[in-house]
Design a protein around this ligand. Structure first.
Ligand code: C6P
Length: 414
């Protein structure tokens, strides 16, 4: 039997998210939030964790020899352990807290990349990458004289594994690929890709920004060397993200930022680095946010990630079917059943901003634009698209409302 949520589970889940009760109704219409790929809403347990830290436990970490600071340190380190458990890292020492996915990828590009990438080396990305998994590599490639190759997608928005295989015959040093496209909803076979890349001698980074919030994730099973994600897309606060890296690699890498807490000792001449992961966490970290990310993980674990994945898949299947009723709609990405809870589309001759405005008048929040994936939109032959993305609090009724809103937009714009 497929593990999923029943309608009554969703009613209860929604009660955990204050925004669905507190956001003022617009023209008497309740909020329909279909933009979780941009950032998710936050359950009370996460909001309470922030409040509780600042009202009961606030002190800096790794610095004070007094109870409050020692307790804050324990809580902050426990949060690293929760993350390690959630993605099945071998140790919390492999979990570096950063601000977001973008910073995690930049950390790897600056530290690992500058040490390991040289002239003529090949970096393989894909055509469906977010700018965060393109621009840091472009900066690195320009500085080092390396070459970037983009693995093509097919017309259904799936990665061409045969093309990847061809690129892997070159002098490849790094393969950096997203687990799920934030535009197409395509879920990439990251375990297979990692194994192929390793056979070719390349290091592998997975952009898990749209992965770990939506499906069970096991970095040891995937086998990747680095895995990057953001807390704010998985019910956690903004300002906290994670870089997972294999211990041997992190140990071998120079620090990314220098300053307090990332050192063991400093003299006027030199410094010795702290143990992992603190070597990569210079300065006062996002303590409350890190602890609250731990609460988000507790919450997701209590729901069960297999259910989260299956429920979102069901929503996507339902939405793909219903969206076909809208006149002249073009949907991008793989067929229903083969994608996550992200659906991007265009209504012929209607600008996505106009689509989003009509939906906003119905209090339905979607994203319109290039979704920080301009090269992918070039590949699709459009400058922008509208995007609906789902999470555990969305319902079938909300998808019906989306479809009705789109029919209204179709009518208004002819
Ligand atoms: N995508 C979206 O609306 P940050 O901003 O660092 O938390 O995440 C960057 C990022 C990296 N990779 C993927 C696949 C992503 O989807 C994102 C964030 C948001 O699609 C904001 S642009």
């Amino acid at each position: 039997m497929i593990e999923t949520f029943k309608p009554e589970d969703i009613i209860n889940i929604r009660k955990d998210f204050p925004i669905f009760n507190n956001f003022d109704k617009l023209n008497g219409k309740k909020l329909i939030y279909l933009d979780s790929a941009a950032t998710s809403q936050k359950p009370s347990v996460v909001i309470d964790a922030l409040h509780s830290f600042y009202s009961k436990s606030n002190a800096n970490v790794h610095r004070g020899i007094y109870t409050l600071s020692e307790e804050a340190t324990i809580k902050y380190e426990e949060a690293h352990k929760k993350v390690a458990g959630f993605i099945n890292a071998k140790s919390f020492r492999e979990i570096v807290f950063v601000r977001n996915t973008t910073e995690a990828i930049n950390l790897v590009a600056y530290s690992w990349g500058r040490k390991n990438i040289g002239k003529g080396d090949v970096i393989i990305l894909s055509q469906m990458e977010h700018h965060s998994n393109i621009v840091p590599w472009q900066l690195l490639a320009r500085e080092k004289g390396a070459v970037i190759k983009y693995t093509e997608i097919d017309d259904k928005g799936k990665l061409r594994i045969d093309k990847l295989e061809n690129h892997l015959k070159e002098k490849v040093k790094l393969v950096a690929i997203t687990q799920m496209s934030n535009v197409l909803g395509t879920i990439n076979p990251v375990k297979e890709i990692t194994s192929m890349a390793h056979k070719a001698g390349a290091t592998v980074l997975i952009d898990g920004a749209q992965g770990v919030p939506h499906e069970p994730t096991d970095v040891q099973d995937i086998g990747c060397d680095f895995y990057a994600f953001s807390g704010h897309k998985m019910l956690g606060p903004t300002g906290i993200g994670v870089l997972y890296g294999k211990k041997e690699l992190l140990n071998d890498m120079p620090p990314f930022l220098g300053g307090g807490d990332m050192i063991k000792s400093v003299s006027f001449e030199e410094a010795r680095w702290n143990d992992l992961p603190w070597k990569f966490e210079a300065g006062t970290p996002a303590i409350a946010e890190g602890i609250a990310l731990g609460s988000a993980i507790d919450y997701l674990k209590s729901l069960g990630m297999a259910k989260v994945k299956n429920y979102e898949k069901e929503l996507a299947i339902y939405a793909m079917d219903k969206l076909r009723d809208v006149d002249s709609i073009e949907i991008y990405g793989p067929p229903a059943g083969e994608r996550g809870g992200i659906i991007s589309f265009n209504l012929k001759d209607v600008h996505p901003h106009d689509v989003a405005s009509v939906l906003s008048s119905e209090n339905i929040a979607i994203r319109a634009g290039h979704h920080c994936a301009q090269p992918l939109h070039d590949r699709l032959g459009v400058t922008a698209s509208s995007r609906a993305s789902f999470y555990i609090y969305n319902t079938i009724d909300e998808i019906d409302a989306l479809v009705n809103g789109l029919k209204k937009a179709r009518k208004i714009y002819g």
